[in-house]
Design a protein around this ligand. Structure first.
Ligand SMILES: Nc1ncnc2c1ncn2[C@@H]1O[C@H](COP(=O)(O)OP(=O)(O)OP(=O)(O)O)[C@@H](O)[C@H]1O
Ligand SMILES: [Mg+2]
Length: 205
């Protein structure tokens, strides 16, 4: 069963946004997906509570505290784990041990890059190339100098920059309704779906 973990010790970079969308992507494909939340804030679980009953189902997984070690319920074919800012120590080791893929959202500011460098160095040192690590540029316009810096930085780490997602209120509005880009009429969110395509491919590859 593929387990995707979304992590970055920095706060507010888009972990929950990515985690809910990755779960939405699998749900869209008809998979039995669980969205687990290691975060004490329980943002992803809160979001699931907003999800309308007619939307494609995403189940939840009590993944906090000791119960993190429990396996997701039977019948689950895909698991996505949202994690909190500042996750470190044995808990992060436990989470990363479960992961087949780790998605790291990263904003294109020098401060974010600086704060994430140690985390990525530690992560690659600890896990090697298994699980696969993919970086997602968050709130970046690919045509800007900031985007170039992000590309250079990620390249210097030898990690793939899977895609860049622009800053748009679409993410804010969808989150407030328990939805993802994959739950609404595609023509309304065309630009964003195009930016997601490489990440969807990476997840399915
Ligand atoms: N690409 C984007 N464009 C516009 N707003 C975004 C984008 N990505 C995330 N946001 C918004 O930014 C805020 C923070 O995002 P999110 O909650 O996903 O970050 P987080 O890393 O999970 O935060 P925390 O560390 O607190 O758990 C949210 O209000 C979210 O809707
Ligand atoms: Mg969060």
């Amino acid at each position: 069963m593929p387990v995707v973990v979304v992590a970055n010790p920095k706060g507010g970079v888009g972990k929950s946004t990515l985690a809910t969308h990755i779960a939405g992507h699998y749900a869209r494909q008809g998979h039995a997906v669980m969205l687990g939340d290691v975060d004490r804030q329980q943002s992803s679980r809160f979001w699931l509570g907003l999800r309308p009953p007619q939307a494609r189902p995403i189940s939840t997984w009590e993944a906090s505290g000791e119960r993190l070690l429990l396996k997701p319920p039977r019948g689950t074919t895909h698991a996505v784990l949202d994690t909190p800012a500042g996750l470190h120590g044995w808990r992060s080791s436990e989470v990363f041990k479960l992961a087949d893929k780790i998605v790291v959202p990263l904003q294109a500011s020098v401060f974010d890059i600086f704060a994430t460098r140690d985390f990525l160095d530690e992560l690659t040192a600890r896990t090697g190339r298994q699980p696969q690590i993919g970086i997602v540029g968050m709130r970046v316009d690919p045509r800007t100098i900031a985007a170039d810096h992000l590309r250079e930085f990620v390249e210097s780490l030898g990690l793939p920059l899977v895609t860049m997602l622009r800053s748009t209120q679409n993410y804010v509005h969808l989150a407030a309704r328990g939805l993802t880009l994959f739950d609404v009429t595609p023509t309304r969110v065309e630009k964003d779906l195009a930016q997601w395509a490489p990440l969807q491919q990476w997840l399915d590859g």
